[in-house]
Design a protein around this ligand. Structure first.
Ligand SMILES: CC(C)(COP(=O)(O)OP(=O)(O)OC[C@H]1O[C@@H](n2cnc3c(N)ncnc32)[C@H](O)[C@@H]1OP(=O)(O)O)[C@@H](O)C(=O)NCCC(=O)NCCS
Length: 191
């Protein structure tokens, strides 16, 4: 009889989710969400990466100075070795009226296990509590590269929709638009 050597896959729930603090800077500087982790020199000595948005998110997280200002939060998932398994960064926009998911990422060897889905749930929960505290009726925005189908899948599953192109950079605005609940809590009957 064949023995089952399958290793158990860690679930998104098995990490500690914490607010990133100065003590996590070193762990963040090792964080890799890009595959390959660096750009290579291609033709004409120009740097090339097949998915440059992965590098942008990775270096954006690695270069963060902690602690962040009060208008931003970076939540990270730590594994048992205190390494960063995933991260989500959110903030108010410049007007202070809307909220943005600035970055979301999962360590390259842990992708496909639901970590980004969980990170986004946590971010949306923080945003909901923030908007209740300030009585805001705001939309939630993200910029996603149009070829980044994995990220689009994570955001679409959380109720975000494509809004428009940002510019010629390849980034698109996605948003979860605010919809006011019926003030009397009424529901329309189904068929
Ligand atoms: C995009 C990213 C954050 C997704 O993280 P993740 O933890 O792998 O996402 P999840 O495990 O929650 O998966 C969400 C969906 O994407 C799919 N997915 C994840 N990895 C995949 C892969 N390698 N190939 C195909 N689909 C994949 C999952 O199947 C899942 O879909 P499902 O719920 O229908 O099964 C991750 O790929 C990443 O860090 N990419 C680099 C940084 C980046 O692009 N960030 C987003 C900037 S907007």
């Amino acid at each position: 009889m064949l023995k089952n050597y399958a290793r158990s896959v860690p679930k998104a729930d098995s990490y500690s989710w914490v607010d990133a603090a100065p003590e996590h800077v070193t762990a963040l500087q090792h964080f890799i969400c890009a595959d390959p982790p660096k750009a290579a020199y291609g033709g004409l000595r120009e740097k090339y990466h097949p998915r440059p948005w992965e590098l942008e998110v990775q270096s954006g997280l690695r270069d963060l100075r902690l602690p962040l200002p009060d208008s931003e939060r970076l939540v990270i998932a730590l594994d048992s070795a205190q390494e960063v398994a995933g991260a989500v960064r959110l903030s108010f926009d410049v007007t202070g009226e809307q909220m943005m998911i600035l970055a979301i990422a999962t360590r390259v060897d842990l992708q496909g296990q639901g970590i980004a889905t969980k990170a986004l749930q946590i971010a949306l929960d923080i945003i909901e509590r923030t908007t209740v505290a300030y009585a805001l009726e705001c939309d939630i925005w993200a910029k996603i590269h149009r070829e980044n189908l994995r990220s689009q899948k994570v955001f679409a599953a959380a109720g975000f929709e494509w809004i428009e192109s940002v510019d010629k950079s390849g980034l698109d605005f996605w948003a979860r638009l605010f919809s006011a609940p019926d003030p009397l809590g009424r529901k329309v009957a189904g068929v």
